[in-house]
Design a protein around this ligand. Structure first.
Ligand code: 6PG
Length: 478
């Protein structure tokens, strides 16, 4: 019996993906650097389906039907390269190597090109949904060649989460497109979590709601347009009591947020693409600030607040809900804008409606909203920005008054709301007829002769600032 797929790297994510394939009727060859993990998996779950135990990569390759499909689930970076280097000499033309980890898309592009030269397919797939998703149905974002998807796609679609019966797995584009889309998913995930944090901080510090009371608020919010996995689990975490102290769980957790790097990658990439993902960036910076515990400690005695002792406006809790919704929409809009920029830069034919459809179930950012986002981009007339889609333009307009009240209140009370406020600034920046960038251009022209364009005449110009201040035509350096 040959295996349909081989999985190497049997830590929780790899093991759960392997089990998911087996539970769906595929024969799975298993390999791990130390065979102990393979044996544990077989002992505990060997009866879930057909597994083939192997001890070396050569045995793993030997166990597979052709074209072979080998899925690697090891730590991103060097470990992936090391497994690829060992695998490649064992494979034949047409075989498919799959990297299901959170790899950087540039690494995936490089690996895909290198393996393509050897006649091998390299497929970077974004997998979202955590451990449980990997086992029960993740959202899957595959890149690589279209041809490889013909052989691999049906298997991935079978193990993926389903939304109304539709698999949350579709080929998204060539080479690193899958990992890029997963990276942007994670950028949005960061912003989603940060806006939830800002809402929770306001509910407590401004509206006086204790975590258990907030849990009820979030449970209620989860029944409306905010309905999503992250809002649902927020209620669960807020309601949880620490067994040791009896305090709310969140009060005994150190308030420094960790990060493995995908949020940071999103922002670095957005900076390179010139895509203004301000909300996502602020959410990464917020984690950074939270981790500067020494400085935060010192600031307690050094930095004055001068907060205004204001009454929170009536209906504040619902205002926060609306601010949360609007800011969340902005981060989706920013993430999607970045996908659009990347499609041009890397030559990917990213279908935004299909990408939104993949995120409707299985992944961490799954939300009711994503079905509407999918519909907005399925339209013949695709919006240039998500916020311009009629349904979203109307929804955000409804939320604006509450959003402004919340940001103003937070500022007066000295409660930091970096994503609420930067998202509002993005919204207002988009709407603003004239931006102060004209002054920036004037300054750049004065100190560096960087030139500017005029609103009334084609061409590029420079003012002779240190001469008679007359204007001359110039070579474009703006
Ligand atoms: C997912 C998650 C998952 C993980 C990331 C983010 O989609 O299943 O995004 O990939 O949570 O590693 O982790 P950090 O918050 O540590 O960056």
């Amino acid at each position: 019996m040959s295996a349909h797929i081989g999985v190497t790297g049997l830590a929780v994510m790899g093991a759960n993906l392997a089990r998911n394939f087996a539970r769906n009727g595929y024969t799975v060859a298993l390999h791990n650097r130390s065979a102990a993990k393979t044996d544990t998996l077989l002992e505990n779950y060997g009866d879930e389906g057909d597994f083939i135990r192997t001890e070396t990569l050569a045995e793993l390759v030997e166990a597979l039907e052709k074209p072979r499909r080998v899925l690697i689930m090891v730590k991103a970076g060097g470990p992936v390269d090391s497994v690829i280097d060992q695998l490649v000499p064992l494979l034949d033309e047409g075989d498919i190597v799959i990297d299901a980890g959170n790899s950087h898309y540039e690494d995936t592009r490089r690996r895909e090109a290198a393996l393509a030269e050897k006649g091998l397919h390299f497929v970077g797939i974004g997998v979202s949904g955590g451990e449980e998703g990997a086992l029960l149905g993740p959202s899957i974002m595959p890149g690589g060649s279209r041809e490889s998807y013909d052989s691999l796609g049906p298997m991935l679609e079978k193990i993926a989460a389903k939304y109304d019966g539709d698999p949350c797995c579709r080929w998204v584009g060539t080479d690193g497109a899958g990992h890029f889309v997963k990276m942007v998913h994670n950028g949005i995930e960061y912003a989603d979590m940060q806006v939830i944090g800002e809402a929770s901080d306001l509910l407590r510090s401004a509206a006086g709601l204790e975590p258990a009371q907030q849990a009820e608020v979030f449970t209620e919010w989860n029944k409306g347009p905010l309905s999503s996995f992250l809002i649902e689990i927020t209620a669960e975490v807020l309601a949880h009591q620490d067994a040791k102290t009896g305090k709310p769980f969140i009060d005994v957790v150190v308030d420094s947020a960790g990060q493995k790097g995908t949020g940071r990658w999103t922002v670095v990439s957005a900076l390179e693409l010139g895509s203004p993902v301000s909300g996502i960036a602020e959410s990464v910076f917020a984690r950074g600030l939270s981790s500067q515990r020494d400085q935060r400690e010192l600031a307690q005695d050094i930095l004055a607040g001068h907060e205004d002792r204001i009454q929170v406006p009536e209906g504040f809790v619902d205002d926060v809900r609306q601010a949360l919704f609007a800011s969340k929409l902005v981060s989706y809009a920013q993430g999607i804008d970045m996908l659009t920029a990347a499609a041009t830069e890397y030559g990917w034919d990213l279908k935004l409606d299909e990408i939104a459809s993949l995120w409707r179930a299985g992944c961490i950012i799954r939300a009711e909203l994503l079905d509407d986002i999918m519909k907005a981009y399925a339209d013949e007339d695709k919006p240039a920005n998500l916020l311009f889609a009629p349904a979203f333009a109307a929804a955000i307009a409804d939320a604006v008054p509450a959003w402004r009240r919340v940001v103003a209140t937070a500022v007066q009370l000295g409660i930091p709301v970096p994503v609420f406020s930067s998202s509002l600034a993005y919204y207002d920046g988009l709407r603003r007829k004239r931006l102060p960038a004209a002054l920036t251009q004037g300054l750049r022209d004065l100190f560096g002769a960087h030139t500017y364009r005029r609103i009334d005449t084609e061409g590029t110009f420079h003012t002779l600032w240190s001469g008679d201040k007359s204007e001359v035509s110039a070579v474009d350096t703006h």
